[in-house]
Design a protein around this ligand. Sequence first.
Ligand SMILES: [Zn+2]
Ligand SMILES: [Zn+2]
Length: 507
Amino acid sequence: MKYSDHARCPGCSGNLVFNITEQMLECESCSSMYTVYEYNNILAEKKKKGSESFSRGALLNVEEGDASKENMLRSYTCSSCGGEITPGAAAATGVCPFCGNALVFTDKYRDQQVPDFIVPFKIDKAQFLEEYRAVLKKRMFVPDAFRVGATFKNIKAWYIPFWLFDVTVSGNASFQVERVSYSNKKYHHVVYSGHGFGSETFTKIPQDASIEVDDRISQMLEPFECTNAPRFSFAYLAGLHAKVYNVSREDCLVRAENRARESFDRYLSDAELYDYYKVTDRQYDYKPLKASYALFPIWHMDIIWQGRKFPCAVNGQTGKTACSIPVSMVKFVCSQLFPWLFCLSLCYWVCALGVIKDGNSMKGMTVLIFLYASVVYVCAKYIFVRNLSTALFSILFTYGAWHFGHEAYKVYSGGEEAFDIALVTAVILFVSIALCCLLWKLVKRQNAFTLAPHCDYCHSDDYQNNVTRSWSREEKKKCNSSAKSIIEGSKRSKNDEDRVGIWYFFN
Ligand SMILES: [Zn+2]
Ligand SMILES: [Zn+2]
């Protein structure tokens, strides 16, 4: 049995926890505040004086430690109350179930590996929930019952272990790139093939080292800014949750090299300038330069709704979110029905005008008012209340449809109007179905967790200087085709800003 550590107040021996808002350690009993630096100094001072009673149970310095390799599942004795706690293999912190003290199992890190640095939490719990609400506002077609009835479970501030790799990739590759333009109902493709060689250093490619954390989520929360990250100290963990790694450095390196390869492909073929790129042949050498071990801050909770679990995570440094939120089919269908209903009512309206002309105006007006009332009802209930801009978009679209139909009616107000109106309605219906499919695709993408195969922000700062590149580029193929891409390569992935642009339009 080992003694657990906890950050002890130098003044009153109370429980210290890391206060994210103040970025200081705060005593739960006497409210004294200490910076991590001050606290570590006080601790070192007390130890020098040999005050054993204080240092047992206070966070020990990083340098010390016995390297006993025991099972990670060992039990601990609370240094305050003597209670027993078994935290589980991956957990490096815990709360004593008897006295409520925030415990840190420092020996787990010492036995395994002490992190090189830590990115402290900047986002506190209130901000985390704020970020979540902001996401909820942005997402489309969220069920009303979810907004009201969803409950949060396991809201925790986690320090997640990450391996960060510096890797130099060098070698040569043959590639094809494609530029696509669209005019006269055809895609125009220009394909270039080329060859390039050079080397490139990627720094701090992050890879989460925890089995429990979904790679897609951790990659969606990137990047973590770690240029000014402080040296690791156990004091940062006080009162928060932390894990030790359970994916080895070697396993993580393989994944990091894959991301480096993908980024080097894009870099070598100048993919940013084209619409598609494809590497046909490559010989790369990977030279791992350095691996550092760090703890990154992630807020995580499970949203429970109708017995289902929706994970939600936020980057504890930047506030970037990764959230899966259910989509209400009812809302979606209703919002899409709006333009269709309008088309239908347009037809009736035209008929009603005909009826008015014939003198039976009451019947025509009744049909008209009834239909518009139902449209307004659907609009108000399912679109307006929750998603104003989608509603505005729908209204704009339906106004266009109305205008078009009306003009068509005026032009063809001869004997054949019925046929023409039907034609216009069919076109509008077709367009709305197409838009509906597009919107559904976007909604699905907005709610999905996705891997980021490359890591373009990891290019080292001085890559402009230490890279030698040369390539030949010859025009290979020029053709018109109905296909979007003829080389079937990877689409140059849009960056987040581009995506946001689409969202502003549809949101
Ligand atoms: Zn105190
Ligand atoms: Zn206790």
